[in-house]
Write a protein that binds this ligand. Sequence first.
Ligand SMILES: Nc1ncnc2c1ncn2[C@@H]1O[C@H](COP(=O)(O)OP(=O)(O)O)[C@@H](O)[C@H]1O
Ligand code: SF4
Ligand SMILES: [Mg+2]
Length: 345
Amino acid sequence: MSENKNDILVQVDHLKKYFPVKGLKGPGVQAVEDVSLFIRRGETLGLVGESGCGKTTLGRTILQLHNPTSGKIVYDGETIFEGEDPWQADGEGRMVHVKVPKPQQVNMLPYRRKMQIIFQDPSASLDPRMTVGEIIGEALDIHKLWTSKAERTERIKELLGHVGLNTEHANRYPHEFSGGQQQRVGIARALAVRPEFIVCDEPISALDVSIQSQVVNMLEDMQQEMGLTYLFIAHDLSVVRHISSRIGVMYLGTMVELAESYELNREPLHPYTKTLLSAVPVPDPEVSRSRQRIVLEGDIPSPMNPPTGCRFHTRCPYATEKCKQAVPEFKEYGPDHWAACHLLG
Ligand SMILES: Nc1ncnc2c1ncn2[C@@H]1O[C@H](COP(=O)(O)OP(=O)(O)O)[C@@H](O)[C@H]1O
Ligand code: SF4
Ligand SMILES: [Mg+2]
């Protein structure tokens, strides 16, 4: 998956992330399975899928907060990770570990500044023993982003102002703030280092509904002002469809569809995307009537023991024998519209 190199900030090819499980032979939790995507400079790529489908793991693996199992990650034209897959199927379809060359990895420190993350649960991501000023200051210190104490203090003030807090808040501790204010602190900390790319990991799902749109609007304003690129994770489509230029849909570790936001809403190709969309309320009664609500049967299988072939086959109403055996290829079916399903040919 690639196009004009200069437009692309982040590119991911065939990325896998498995978490070994103690005492268990085999690959363990197959949390991210062969995901490819790119993110253009200045755009928001939305990422949706049910809880446990691997969204957080994908975001964190791109940032290399988790060591990737295999695949390739390119950031701003530089390959920051490339490794061969050590897990191969034997004659009976069992996954066996084979010897592969050591993956190529760059020193991530310079990239840590450029690539940031905003967490889902702001209270858990802020150190309760540090004041807000210390939390933001620490980010500046790690990357040596000041030359005098006065400049450091000024920058903390400026960042607090940016996220709608004031100078006096710098001396307070996280527990003295509401959830929305804590998330503002998390955003100020991410912005402190002047990043280019931010993984926003469900930044509003732990917040009161009444302030969710304020935080989303703030993130959008920051993006405009600073030319930021976002990977915006959410568990349902209604949050991301307004703010994303393109949307990726994940199911059980795999990317099943990726398309322009408008196109994905108008003409979803993958059966799983169709079920997700059928659950989103549509204001237009005509569209609403024509859109049947599809309810999936059965539970999500475990990523420790995922179904063979298409991982969605145990719940897909259209599954055939082929779906149980062959993994559908993730292919481009229209301009910028990718999907993985045997039905599409
Ligand atoms: N550090 C970890 N160790 C082992 N398994 C993990 C770890 N992090 C996530 N997982 C597992 O990986 C799968 C995907 O999790 P996650 O990426 O958190 O999903 P999502 O963000 O979509 O809810 C889940 O089965 C989860 O239990
Ligand atoms: S490949 Fe088969 S099981 Fe998978 S989504 Fe398509 S029709 Fe359903
Ligand atoms: Mg998550």
